[in-house]
Design a protein around this ligand. Structure first.
Ligand SMILES: [Zn+2]
Length: 322
């Protein structure tokens, strides 16, 4: 998502929140929270030999009708009503932790302090999962948007000082090049990218990829441009089991599964984002592929089914045992 749309969606609420407020609430984990074995912001599961956890960065009320492109407002209301929901739709910001032997991987980092009163809970969720930010060895960014890369920095410092940041080269090229201000990049997005990803770039800690490739043992980066130029999936495999992290190929489940042709205002290239979703959904539906999505209701885990031209998301059953 793009921050300016969220500001619009939330009725300019963020603008009234002093920056320091968010900084306080998104502070480093406390010893108390680290001793709690579980919380609503952590959902553990296994993929082969890997222990994986969905980590909540929080939720926010997202205005859907100003966001979705290509559907009449009454159709959007009807789709939400089918789910006993209404606009604005409470929308999750999910990140994911993968314990992979000596490595600790984090898929996306939440919004940090950049969404005002919303988001910024990732450090607390990480602590509840039993880890400190300095233990994270690798960050897999699905793309450079504030709700995915905003958590990289706090008060001008790297939150994950020992981590290498993996990200699509095309997103680095787009969001961190001032020259793109004349080509559709907004000044605020440039500034936020510099303040977050830019810190790691300066420190020599960014490893971009341009093509589908195995960037770490068992971890494949799959470029899926459209929502952003360098948007990527990550496929993680262990002992014959796989999971794919889908980032922002889907934002509004109740609307875009029945209407996968509908785009959102956050999509930088509307046509490419639509084509990418239609292609990937067609490929994945019915495969049984376990999938993790950034903005479907926490923990954002499920599988896809095809229903003529529409799709159905089947969330995983809740499991709470070892
Ligand atoms: Zn997003």
């Amino acid at each position: 998502m793009k921050p300016h749309m969220l500001v619009l969606a939330a009725g300019l609420l963020f603008a009234a929140i002093p920056a320091g407020h968010a900084a306080d609430t998104a502070a480093q984990p406390t010893p108390q929270s680290a001793t709690q074995p579980s919380s609503a912001g952590v959902y553990r599961f296994a993929v082969g030999d890997l222990r994986v956890a969905a980590l909540s960065d929080g939720t926010l009320p997202l205005g859907i009708k100003p966001l979705v492109k290509g559907l009449p407002p009454e159709r959007i209301d009807a789709l939400l009503a089918e789910r006993f929901e209404r606009d604005p739709l409470e929308t999750s910001i999910n990140a994911f932790l993968i314990e992979a032997g000596p490595r600790l991987l984090l898929v996306d980092t939440g919004a940090g302090q950049l969404f005002g009163p919303y988001g910024g809970k990732l450090p607390a969720s990480l602590a509840a999962a039993g880890y400190r930010p300095d233990q994270v060895t690798d960050i897999l960014l699905t793309h450079i948007h504030t709700d995915h890369s905003g958590g990289l920095a706090l008060d001008g410092r790297m939150v994950f000082p020992n981590a290498t940041v993996h990200v699509g080269q095309a997103d680095v090229d787009f969001f961190l090049d001032r020259g793109n201000l004349a080509r559709g990049l907004q000044a605020r997005h440039y500034d936020e990218a510099v303040a977050t990803v830019g810190l790691y770039l300066k420190a020599g800690k960014v490893k971009p990829f341009a093509e589908q490739s195995e960037i770490l043992p068992g971890v494949t980066a799959i470029p899926t441009p459209g929502h952003t130029p360098g948007h990527a999936f990550y496929r993680v495999a262990s002992r014959g089991e796989t999971i794919e992290f889908w980032g922002d190929i889907i934002h509004v489940g109740p609307v875009q599964f029945p209407h996968p042709e509908a785009t959102v205002a956050f999509d930088i290239d509307q046509d490419a984002a639509r084509a990418q979703r239609l292609k990937r959904f067609a490929e994945e539906a019915g495969s049984g592929q376990l999938t993790a999505a950034a903005h479907l209701g926490f923990p954002g885990l499920g599988r896809l089914r095809r229903d003529d031209d529409a799709y159905r998301w089947v969330p995983v059953e809740y499991r709470n045992r070892e």
